[in-house]
Design a protein around this ligand. Structure first.
Ligand code: HEM
Length: 490
């Protein structure tokens, strides 16, 4: 392929490389992925700690006295935004920086710029936590960050998108592996949803319609689509096997892209908006079950005959857990789109459990599996078997200890509302389950702490060069990149 990058960008690359002390290009590329991925892990620890305080405050509301900065109303957006924009967004971006150059079989273009953007993005996330806690907010759900931060986010993400796009334009082979499609969709979806959700000002029902378009399109195309792309990379790579039914993966990609954008209307069933919008939302949510099934067939089809490897490989277990959670959370949404169920559950704790099943149960383990893969096979580091295994068990138990009780709590809450009983009764019905959530937080956050510790431990070890060679030889014959190179996958 022709080098289509403009001359000015090449000069910028040379200038930046000088500033970085002339690191070898492969190292700059890995540095970019590591900057985004390891910062993501740091923000996950902060975000989960905020979630823990929130969970405890839902049992002891008077904890921390009347300090405004630590009130539930400030902690909740701080937790949600740190997790969404710190952990998940940085994780998905870092994963793209790791995967795309390898799938394109080209060095990351302007990798130094991607490193700088990662550092700048960290400042934005750090500032956002202080600003939210001190009450600087747009006051709209999932759009709380103030406009200067929104501009910073768009700038950093789009500069990285340009680096990735230029890398893809110079790719070795014409055909694109399915992960690349999801990454492209993710970055396009990010811009469309983030700009429409954060910048224009609407009021009343119009505002609610745009807000839910933004929330579902952002979640679907960026956070969920990002996770799907990661699993399409990690599962065949870890199993050292060709993806099962690549053609089905490609068809389902187009259904995924077409359906997910329009699912937001289901959040407005019974709201004062034109009936067409919620109806479309319900229809697209039901139709979406099709690509989900196809995607799962391709993932678990790849696992077929190799299930025993789940016993030996913790990262592969994280990938499988992500696949199962994706299936469960997607079908849960399709059931929830049904009007009767929606009426009872839309505003209950059921949604909170669903959000954790999707992001803590799916995107989180997908990013975790990718980071383990990068450490083990990309950077040739040894992981601590004890820390890896302890991370898995704490995370696994913590996840289900959160999702199952809070789902039950939400169901009971909805039933109390439907029976027209006093609101206080719905609070009483839920309270035992809130204790379970608080304990689950020790598992989730504790597991993530061990993960961070394991990363530091692995980075302190010397890379194993013998192992590196053996791995490279073992990976190439059936790995997706080599397969793509031979035109076996598109
Ligand atoms: C990777 C891990 C996590 C992710 C991805 C995550 C994500 C989220 C999201 C998206 C929401 C907003 C839900 C909605 O508005 O529907 C939320 C709320 C919440 N999360 Fe987390 N969270 C994580 C970990 C935790 C942990 C460890 C705890 C501690 C037990 C926790 C406690 C809470 C609480 C208490 C809320 C507010 C619930 C409410 O408003 O009623 N989260 N989280």
């Amino acid at each position: 392929m022709q080098d289509s990058s403009p001359r000015a960008l090449s000069s910028l690359a040379i200038w930046l490389n000088r500033r970085f002390g002339g690191l070898p290009p492969e190292q700059v590329q890995d540095l970019a992925a590591c900057t985004w991925l390891f910062s993501a892990v740091l923000w996950s620890l902060v975000g989960m700690a905020l979630g823990m305080i929130e969970a405890i405050k839902l049992i002891f509301p008077h904890l921390l006295g009347g300090v405004d900065v630590l009130s539930f109303g400030r902690l909740r957006p701080a937790h949600v935004n740190t997790i969404i924009f710190g952990w998940l967004t940085m994780g998905v971006t870092g994963a793209a920086l790791y995967m795309i150059p390898r799938l394109a079989e080209r060095r990351l273009y302007l990798g130094e710029l991607a490193v700088l953007m990662g550092l700048l993005y960290n400042l934005i996330v750090g500032a956002s936590i202080f600003l939210l806690m001190w009450g600087f907010t747009k006051g709209k759900e999932y759009e709380e960050w103030i406009i200067p931060l929104n501009i910073g986010v768009l700038f950093c993400i789009n500069v990285v998108a340009v680096c990735l796009l230029l890398t893809l334009l110079k790719r070795q082979h014409e055909k694109l592996y399915v992960t690349v499609w999801y990454v492209i969709l993710g970055f396009v979806g990010f811009d469309i949803s983030y700009i429409s959700g954060n910048f224009p000002t609407y009021y009343g029902a119009e505002d609610a319609s745009i807000n839910w378009f933004y929330a579902e399109a952002f979640v679907g195309l960026w956070l969920i689509g990002g996770g799907v792309g990661i699993l399409y990379y990690v599962i065949p790579k870890y199993l050292n096997k060709k993806l099962f039914w690549h053609q089905l993966a490609l068809w389902s990609f187009w259904l995924f892209a077409a359906f997910y954008v329009w699912t937001g209307g289901r959040r407005l069933v019974y709201a004062p908006v034109p009936e067409l919008w919620p109806m479309l939302g319900i229809l697209f949510t039901l139709g979406w079950a099709l690509p989900v099934l196809a995607i799962n067939i391709t993932w678990f089809g790849t696992f077929w005959g190799r299930w025993h490897e789940l016993l030996n490989s913790v990262p592969l277990r994280f990938a499988a857990l992500a696949g199962i959670s994706y299936f469960l959370s997607s079908y849960e949404v399709s059931v929830e789109a049904y009007e009767y169920f929606n009426a009872n559950q839309q505003f209950s704790d059921f949604k909170i459990a669903h959000a954790h099943l999707s992001f803590a149960g799916f995107t989180t383990p997908a990013i975790v599996a990718l980071i383990y893969f990068m450490l083990e096979k990309g950077l040739n580091r040894r992981l601590s078997p004890f820390l890896t295994s302890a991370h898995w068990w704490l995370f696994f138990i913590g996840l289900w200890m959160y999702v199952i009780p809070i789902q039950v709590a939400g169901f009971l809450e909805g039933q109390v509302w439907a029976s027209h009983l006093p609101f206080a009764q719905s609070v009483l019905a839920r309270s035992p389950y809130y204790w379970a959530r608080t304990f689950s937080g020790y598992g989730l956050a504790g597991g993530q702490f061990l993960f961070a510790w394991n990363i530091i431990w692995a980075l302190l070890q010397n890379p194993d060069s013998t192992r590196e060679r053996a791995l490279r030889e073992a990976m190439l014959p059936e790995g997706t990149e080599a397969a793509a190179a031979r035109g076996q996958v598109k």
